[in-house]
Design a protein around this ligand. Structure first.
Ligand SMILES: [Zn+2]
Length: 77
C-alpha cells in the first residue's frame, strides 16, 4: 500500500467513527511526531496493535486503553 492510500484509509475510518458519534482522542506518532487520532477501547479493555503511520508509512506499536492512546516505536529493527 502506498503512503497516500494509508492516509486516505485513516482519514476515512476516522470520518466514519465521527459520523457514528464516537469520540476520537489525539496521540503522537513516535516515528515522525505527527498528531494522530484514534478511538478509545471499551471500559476495562486494552488494545495493543502494530499500526502503520498515515503520515510517513512507518510501523509503530499502538496501545489503547479506555482513557488514552499511546504509541511507541517497534523495538526490533
Ligand atoms: Zn510517522
Amino acid at each position: 500500500m502506498t503512503a497516500k492510500s494509508i492516509k486516505a484509509k485513516y482519514n476515512e475510518q476516522n470520518f466514519k467513527l465521527r459520523q457514528r458519534g464516537i469520540k476520537l482522542v489525539p496521540y503522537k506518532a513516535p516515528c515522525c511526531g505527527a498528531t494522530l487520532e484514534g478511538q478509545l477501547a471499551g471500559l476495562g479493555e486494552e488494545w495493543e496493535a502494530v499500526s502503520t503511520c498515515p503520515e510517513c508509512g512507518e510501523l509503530y506499536m499502538k496501545y489503547t486503553s479506555h482513557t488514552q492512546i499511546t504509541a511507541d516505536t517497534l523495538a526490533t529493527r
